[in-house]
Design a protein around this ligand. Structure first.
Ligand code: ADP
Ligand code: MG
Length: 569
């Protein structure tokens, strides 16, 4: 490690020289309060900014060990520090100066969810923060003086302000880690309680807008209130006793009039696989970790999925036990989405009528009369959900305001009424007894077999042009994998583009390490997730990067399943 004065000398020496001279600054420098590391210098002022790190010893920072002595707390602290660092950048960085990204300081900052991120790590020795710095230039020449200001004046202030215990708002940090710990506690309690999800009394579920995940702050917000019949009590390690609605294993229907808050409740359950920051309103709205949102997704590619539990007798005699298409329909895509989710392993499917194919959900008595079963390839979900529950232990929460036929197969019916939830199970069963739906159950007595699929290496080509591997995440919902685009537009439980980036790299990792035609997709996903859990996200990249966040095996599988070149042996 070099002394920081060495870095100052280098900057003075290269001032005004060609931009490439910045390469000389690569290395580690002792700033006494912390170590400053320049990992990778950008090629020019317009390229992706340079990758840098600071490492503060825990002794100097003085953040007490008990703040992060559990894994939950550690993840929460890392998330908290990233947010603080970002705020301090806002306070102390003068921002862009010079051309391109000159002077731009930036750290990957999470949204409403608390994810395990690669931007910050902590252990018993030190805190490491990874961020990017646009090394400044005038024209194509090194702006040495400006670089010196950023590195010797701005960054030290940011580090001091955000990473030293004495300058951190202790109450808010403590609340952050305790909230996340409590949410994880609820998730771990669900099993003991026989529940698949929990929504606390007092939760604020609606969001500010369709494009803004912050809580809706308005005097018209109705706080969530559990029906008495479903109310459970949980004793949290930090917040103490809370009550709320427990959604038990089985089939839960959410009925109610349009605009009464059905989809808002389901959305909160979808994102309940993640923890949320204090003040979000959904802090303790928690779902089993492997819950999967299912929707229709016409146009997606499907590779060799056995969709025969739902789809049979397709026109032209197309095989549905190993069904492939470049352009799935609404119903076939929804069937494939369910079977792929169950293949990877899920305890809970979350389905909203708003994003479902009608003919996948509903086939009523009259339609059964008009179109006989041998002319209708689709066996509707209503005839399959009990088999899913009984044969595979898969529960379902289904938003259904449009068809009372579902009363027959539901275990619980909740009605949303002006944003309040009411348990109407008895009434719904009474109605089902009084007005028979007259349907004939379709699709046979069993769900049907679940088939494993074995991806082969030749179905993955990450190369583009001269590069052996070019994998670029484009925002939240799109990954360029070599020359092919993976469209994740309908994968609704990805919440952060840093997850998308990590998923892209994880496909490449799986390809190099585990995909061999002999391992099933389920096994491959399990192995990759185990490696990440054991060794961290850094195993996915050659160099340390600060822009990845953890994701679930389900979403990794979603990305692989949507690769248009995927081949199954
Ligand atoms: P549904 O699916 O029943 O048609 P939504 O869940 O889409 O209804 O909600 C309709 C509207 O009501 C949305 O704009 C949503 O933000 C708002 N909303 C949902 N829940 C609440 C609530 N608890 N308090 C106030 N507004 C809410
Ligand atoms: Mg809706």
């Amino acid at each position: 490690m070099k002394n920081k004065e060495e870095l100052r000398r280098i900057l003075k020496r290269i001032n005004g020289k060609g931009y490439k001279a910045y390469k000389d600054t690569t290395g580690s420098y002792d700033f006494s309060d912390y170590v400053f590391i320049i990992d990778h210098v950008q090629g020019d002022p317009f390229a992706l900014p340079s990758r840098v790190r600071v490492r503060v010893s825990l002794k100097r920072s003085a953040i007490p060990l008990e703040i992060f002595h559990t894994k939950s707390r550690e993840i929460a602290l890392r998330d908290y520090l990233a947010r603080q660092f970002s705020k301090s950048v806002g306070k102390y960085s003068k921002g862009v100066r010079g051309v391109g990204k000159s002077g731009l300081l930036s750290i990957d900052t999470p949204g409403q969810e608390v994810l395990e991120i690669s931007a910050v790590s902590v252990d018993n020795e030190s805190i490491e923060v990874r961020f990017t710095l646009g090394l400044p230039a005038f024209g194509r020449s090194v702006a040495g003086k400006e670089a010196e200001t950023i590195i010797f004046a701005e960054i030290p202030r940011i580090v001091l302000d955000s990473l030293f215990y004495e300058n951190i708002d202790n109450d808010s940090m403590s609340k952050h880690v305790k909230t996340v710990e409590d949410a994880d506690f609820i998730r771990s309690e669900l099993k003991t309680l026989g529940l698949k999800a929990f929504v606390p009394d007092g939760a604020i579920l609606p969001r500010a807008s369709g494009a803004d995940n912050c809580p809706l702050l308005s005097k018209h917000v109705v706080q969530f209130t559990s029906p008495d019949s479903l109310r459970v009590e949980i004793n949290l390690p930090n917040a103490g006793k809370i009550t709320g609605m427990g959604i038990p294993a089985g089939i839960t229907l959410i009925a109610g009039g349009g605009y009464h808050g059905k989809s808002t409740l389901l959305k909160a359950l979808e994102l309940g696989v993640y923890n949320h920051i204090p003040g979000d309103g959904r802090e303790f709205t928690v779902t089993v970790a492997n819950a999967v949102k299912i929707r229709s997704e016409d146009g997606r590619r499907v590779s060799n999925v056995d969709v025969s539990p739902f789809i049979n007798n397709l026109p032209l005699g197309l095989d549905t036990t190993s069904f492939s298409t470049e352009d799935a329909s609404g119903s076939t895509s929804q069937a494939a989405n369910i079977l792929e989710a169950v293949e990877i392993g899920t305890d809970l499917l979350l389905i909203d009528e708003d994003t479902s194919a009608t003919n996948f959900m509903i086939r009523d008595r009259r339609m059964q009369e008009l179109v006989s079963k041998d002319k209708e390839p689709v066996t509707p979900f209503i005839d399959k959900m009990r088999q899913l529950r009984d044969e595979f232990g898969v529960s379902v929460v289904l938003v259904m305001g449009g068809s009372g036929d579902y009363f027959d197969v539901a275990d619980i019916v909740i009605c949303m009424d002006e944003y309040l939830s009411v348990d109407v199970t008895e009434k719904a069963k009474e109605i089902a007894g009084k007005y028979k739906n007259g349907r004939k159950a379709e699709g046979g007595p069993d769900f049907g077999a679940l088939k494993k699929r074995f991806p082969v290496k030749s179905g993955f080509d990450p190369s583009r042009g001269k590069s052996d591997a070019k994998i670029v995440a484009r925002g939240l919902k799109s990954i360029d994998f070599g020359n092919y685009n993976i469209d994740l537009g309908a994968v609704e439980q990805i919440v952060d583009s840093s997850q998308t980036r990590a998923i892209g790299m994880a496909i490449y990792y799986a390809l190099n390490k585990y995909i061999n035609g002999a391992r099933s997709l389920g096994e491959i996903i399990q192995l990759v997730m185990r490696d990440i859990s054991d060794h961290g996200l850094d195993i996915l990249t050659k160099f340390p990067t600060g822009d990845m966040a953890t994701f679930r095996g389900q979403e990794l599988a979603c990305a692989i399943n949507r690769l248009r070149t995927l081949k199954i042996s």
